[in-house]
Structure formats: structure tokens, C-alpha cells
Design a protein around this ligand. Sequence first.
Ligand code: ADP
Ligand code: MG
Length: 629
Amino acid sequence: MAKGKINVSVENIFPLIKKFLYSDHEIFLRELISNATDATLKLKHLTAIGEAKVDYGNPQIEIRIDKEGKKIHITDQGLGMTSDEVEKYINQVAFSGAEEFLDKYKDAGKDAGIIGHFGLGFYSAFMVAHTVEIITKSFKDEPAAHWTCDGSPNFTLEAADKKDRGTEIILHIAEDSVEFLEESKISGLLSKYNKFMPVPIVFGTKTETLPKPEGAKEEDPAPTQEVQNIINNPNPAWTKAPADLNDEDYKGFYRELYPMQFEEPLFHIHLNVDYPFNLTGILYFPKLTNDLNVQKDKIQLYQNQVFVTDNVEGIVPEFLTMLRGVIDSPDIPLNVSRSYLQADGAVKKIATYITKKVGDKLSSLFKNDRAAFEEKWNDIKIVIEYGMLSEDKFFDKADKFALYPTVDGSYFTFEELQEKLKDNQTDKDGKLILLYASDKESQHAYIAAAKAKGYEVLLLDSPIVSHLMQKLETSKEKISFARVDADPIDKLIQKEENAISKLSDEEKESLKEKIEKVTGEGGLTVQLEAMDSDSAPFVITEPEFMRRMKEMQQTGGGGGMFGMGSMPDMHNLIVNINHPLVSEILQTKTQKKQDRLISQSIDLAKLSKGLLKGAALSDFISRSYEMIK
Ligand code: ADP
Ligand code: MG
């Protein structure tokens, strides 16, 4: 057996690091600013504990473009490096000075907010630069150092005469990356990645208007001055304690996050844990529409105030990806694939925590101000319904505050509904029948029929509510949802045995034949029913089961029960044989007149279901004019 050590040659590895370490070349700026921030925060910590006896001052990080010289300068006033430290930290690829620092100052690690991790960030500079220079002066009393590397593994290191503390990184931008010499490109990157970093970042200058001097004339222009343009807010709201923020602060931060968004958020949830994982953030509930897909990818993920991504899939539970806001956690392993991420224990705990916090917040809003909660219900229901469907723990919590509005604008919880309807709206087996409509206008006739019988009709119109009904029917006992047009009301809530039929079997047979002759191949299934004489004579229904399965299939899930193909619409024509009109039809002697009565009745039934269209509608209208003429 042979044993040995694999020999990795730097010459081979270096170009690989340069080209493939990060798929996105633009992150070089984020990495270098992160290093500058780390250098500044390290110094802050060392001065605070008395290990660095220098004045910390008000350090900044400056980004400067030298378009003519094709260079970008990144300058900080952090702790700097001695010549030896450059050897140690820069010349050793994949040795992280950040990790070493965190090891050494363990107890302070978390508070210091150090960003670096893998000791590779610095080399991302070579993705855009052919040559990189470091000019650095340590806070220690040692001469400055000047390191230069042209992208090959060869470097030079010599003394420099830099006097002030800190580090300047000079990138000599490569021909294929000159886009990064554009001011607009850099300011775009800064506002994407560095908007909330903890050390002030200066990029260029801006013109500030000063107050007019005393005695200035109306027409005199106000004086101006050029000031440094600080592009970031080093103390974003999520890093503060909830107790130090009021409603306005939260709304203000929302505008900072989404400057193009004019609608205010409905409410916020401040996240703040440090055990067993570290996570802060603020989530906002925006007004949501019924379109599930357009509203994703609005939550931004940060690590120590550095923007990482706005794809939080796998970290935030799916149903909450419709929310907005920020999450900041150094504990999310981002160097792994998304599917691995979902299996990661810490990430699972994070998702569970976020779900719980959202549930608690909704629950307290419901308890503390029910009226306000009801007012917001239609704008937030989609998230809650989605959550109830996808997370059982959330279902248990939300079941107590999820609302079921009626067509008349009252809101009930499920328990309240059960209590309110238990005496009136049960069928002969004691099963609670929850009647609902999905559209007040088009189902008006059916809603009216249900209300005429004294029943309560819910208005359930979100695109996933059919899935929720399915879930409720299986998790609660003796309840059933039925849309008002699923069957005639008397059949939906059947209190007693059928009314006695007034027709003989032969009469029924011949009536059915006559009606079927008129409906033809119109796709209506004729069904004779003996109902109360005051129930509608002709009514078109759409059985609950088929329709709901179809809806569920359209909005995902449903188990694919019916295979792929789309299911046809299924409509029944219910004829109430106890209605006086039906007797009249039967007694009509002339065939022509009888057919006319039947087709007019069917058209009226179609009309009230919104099914009368095209030529059939035109015919109906001219026929009706004939009649009243
Ligand atoms: P990491 O940040 O993960 O430690 P990097 O490759 O980004 O890895 O940086 C390597 C090391 O180089 C840092 O840990 C730090 O010690 C040193 N370094 C890089 N940039 C600076 C800087 N601007 N000031 C001081 N030290 C720096
Ligand atoms: Mg780094």
C-alpha cells in the first residue's frame, strides 16, 4: 500500500480561484468592503479592550474610481497590517485572518460583527483586476508595507511611506471588466450590497443646500457646499432593540428598503434571537394580492449587515416568502446548495422560529385589536391560508385567529361559526354545512336563495381556499363546505326526508324526456327533484366535489387525482317537480307552447348561473321581447 500527500500546485489553483470561486464577479466590491469593515471593527474592539492604544476616531471607508488610470481605490482607517502580517494573511490563500481573530477574541466575536470567514474574499479582487496593490500601515508602530501582485502567484513586498493608519487597496481593472469603472455601476453595487454596513462608506461627493444667510434677498440662490457622499446607513432598524423603535421608525425603514414602494406595510414583526442560533431582522406584511407568484423574492438576506441575496428559499418557510423585509444571520451556511440548506439542522430551526414568531404576532394582533385585524384580513389571508396548509404547527395556531367572512361583511373564527350555526345550519345527521360563495355578483341568485332560508353564506374567494376547506373537512368533525350553487339549498342542507312527489312515475318519465329534448346535447344533466313548492323550479348546479377538485388541480396540489387532462365542467339542471310552473308545463296542451315554456325556463336558469352566452343569449332576448310586446 502506498500513502502520500496530494500535491496541489499553486500555479494551477490560482486561476481557478480567480475564475470560479464566485459565479458573480461583482461581489469583489462586497468582499473588499467587508475586509475594510472587519479591519475597522477589529480596531474598535482592540481600542475598547485597551490592546490598541490609539485614538479610534470616526473611521470611514472610501471608494474612489480613477477612470483614466483604470483603477479603483478602496481605503479604510482600520487596524492595517505590518509587513509580516501581509505575508501571513495575504500570501496564504485560504487562511482566514477573520477566523483567527474570532478564535482569539472568542467572547467578543459576536458583538464585534466580523464578516470574513473562509480567507478567500480578498482574492475575488482578481476577478476584475489584472494587478492588485495593497498599501497598508498598521496601528502598531511599524513602517507601512506595499504589496503588489499581477495575478500570477508572484508578488513583491516592500516598505512604503504611508503615514496614516489603515489600508488602501488599488485594483488595476482588467480590460474585460472596465464596466466597473463606471460610477453608476459602482453606486448600483454599493446600494445593493453595502447599504446597511456598519462603517460609513464614502463614494464621491454630493451638493448640499445650506440655509440662506440673514438678510439675503428672495431671489438670491441658497448657498451650497460639496460634502462627502455617505452611501450607507450604518445603524439600520433591525440592529436596534424593538423597545427603541416606534411605528414610524419601522415604516421609515420599510421605505429605505423599498424606495420604489409607495404602499405602506400593514404591520411588522421584529425578529431577535441569539440562542441556539443568531438571527435578527424585521419582516413586513405588505398588502397581498391573490396572485401567488409575483410577490416572491422581496425578503433580503444579510450576514452581519452585508447583503447576501434576495432569494431566501429554503431559509424562510415557503408561505412566508410573500412577506418583505430583512433577515440577518451569520449562522446560515451559504456555501452549500439550496437542497442541502433545507436539510441543515440550524436552518430548520431558523425556519421554525420565524414561523412561530409570525404566528405569535398574528395571534396578538387578533387578540388585542380584533377590528383592525378584520380590516386587514383580506390583504393577509393568502399567507395565513397558505401557512395553514403547509405547516401543521402554524395550522394549530392560526385555526384560532383565521377568519371566515360572510357575504354581509361579518367575520367569524371557525369556532365562532360552529357555535353560531350549530342549531340552524346542520343537516339531518347533525353535520354542519358551511355554505359559501366565491363571488358575490355572479352567484347572487344562489346567495339570495340561501339567505331567504335564513342561512349564513361565507365569502371565500382566495385562490387556495379550496385546499383549506379540504383540510378543514378532514381535520374537524362533522363539517362540510358547500358552495351555494353546488346543489339546491334544500338539498345542500337536507333537514328531513324528501318532500312527497306530486307526480306519478309516468308523468316524471315524460317530463324528463321533454326537457332533455330541449336541452339537447348542451352538457346539462337533467335531474328531477321533489322539493318544497317555494324552491326555484329550474336551477343549474355544479357539484361541489368535481368543481373543488378541479380548482385544487389548477392551484397546485389536489394529488393529481384525475391524472393530467383538464376536467370538463359538470352542470346539472335540477327541476323541482313540486313547483307550480312544472305542473303548468305538464298541463300545457300544444307541443309548441310547452317547448317554449321549457326553453324559457332553462334559459332563465342558465342566466342566473351566468351560463347564457352568445347566440343563445341573443335568441333569449328577442324571444323575451316577443313575449312582452
Ligand atoms: P477573510 O476575510 O475570510 O479572513 P480574506 O481573504 O477576505 O479572508 O482576507 C484575508 C485576511 O487579510 C483578512 O483576514 C485580514 O487579516 C487581511 N486583510 C484583508 N483586507 C484587509 C484590510 N483592509 N485591512 C486589514 N487587514 C486586511
Ligand atoms: Mg474577507
